[in-house]
Design a protein around this ligand. Structure first.
Ligand code: HEC
Ligand code: HEC
Length: 262
């Protein structure tokens, strides 16, 4: 290398360092966070997955419900178990971020938080496979008689009445159960029910991920026949009209109009 070229590359190096120093301030290096960590935090998905003990996840989901609500409970049940079994990078996700999902997103009754938290971990663990594992969890949830009886030994209210929501929405799930159980939404009975449900849903997510990891995952959910027939006309890019978003049970909200408009 000529002397001139050497000095140019040295200058480039120094300029690079200066740029790094500026970047370092912007990314918080001065406050003690190493730039390596800043890069690691954005590491690409999926994170490595290993088979989890389903009942460990179920129990944790139940317990964590009482400290942060349903989304926090399901996400943290899976995350803690993954940190134990796999370790890094699973320990880089702050479980507190999932507290917003309680009551179907800060008590708005939309997507059940137990689903929301489980779906987040499914996405992180399985990447593109989440597009088939996730819908399976949503479909299973919609048809499952919650709460399961797997929490009888440690729960506060054993032998609770069960209901099938026919929906992944918190509003349907909670309101229907409260009606049938004659409980109010903020009663300890309902909280126990949702704690069990959070454990059940996280456990189901672990079961599905375990099957996916073992290469035995097979989607089994089928929409009920009474609204499955709506889908070819209204839902999806290859449907006849493609004018409706979602795979919720149509008849929960629309009356059966099929005979009127075909
Ligand atoms: C064979 C195709 C076809 C099927 C199957 C079908 N639809 Fe439709 N749907 C249409 C067409 C065409 C229109 C618009 C024309 C009309 O309203 O008559 C429509 C309109 C609608 C509308 C808006 C207008 C209204 O009448 O309120 C709703 C809501 C709807 N469908 C829901 C459903 C549901 C729920 C099902 C299943 C139970 C279903 N559709 C099954 C073709 C279909
Ligand atoms: C949670 C309630 C809910 C569910 C479940 C639901 N819808 Fe709707 N849907 C609505 C509402 C609210 C609108 C807004 C228009 C209205 O009030 O009819 C709408 C609008 C529509 C429209 C457009 C209507 C128009 O006048 O153009 C179609 C088509 C439709 N829904 C089909 C379906 C189908 C098919 C399903 C099942 C896959 C479904 N919906 C599930 C609540 C629901």
């Amino acid at each position: 290398m000529s002397r001139e070229k050497q000095s140019v590359s040295r200058r480039r190096f120094l300029m690079g360092s200066a740029a790094f120093a500026v970047g370092a301030v912007a990314t918080g290096v001065t406050s003690g966070i190493r730039p390596k960590n800043a890069v690691a935090a954005a590491s690409s998905l999926p994170f490595p997955y290993q088979t989890l003990d389903v009942n460990t996840v179920r129990r944790r989901g139940y317990d964590y419900y009482f400290t942060g609500g349903c989304m926090y409970a399901s996400a943290r049940a899976l995350l803690d178990t993954l940190v134990e079994v796999v370790g890094a990078p699973w320990d880089s996700i702050p479980a507190d971020m999932f507290k917003f999902g309680k009551g179907g997103a800060i008590n708005w009754g939309t997507l059940c938080g137990a689903l929301n938290g489980s779906l987040a971990v499914i996405e992180i663990a399985s990447g593109t496979a989440a597009d088939s594992i996730g819908p399976e969890l949503l479909g299973w949830y919609s048809k499952f008689p919650f709460p399961s009886s797997a929490h009888e030994l440690y729960c506060k209210y054993p032998n609770q009445i069960t209901t099938v929501a026919d929906s992944p929405l918190c509003h349907q799930s909670v309101s229907l159960w409260c009606k049938v159980a004659s409980a109010t939404v903020n009663s300890p009975e309902k909280k126990d029910r949702c704690a069990k449900l959070a454990g059940d849903t996280a456990a189901r997510a672990a079961e599905l991920l375990n099957a996916w990891k073992a290469g035995t995952f097979a989607a089994a959910y089928q929409p009920d026949a009474d609204f499955a027939r709506c889908l070819p006309c209204h839902f999806g890019p290859t449907s006849r009209y493609d004018n409706e978003q979602g795979q919720l049970d149509c008849l929960e909200c629309h009356t059966d109009k099929t005979t009127h408009h075909i």
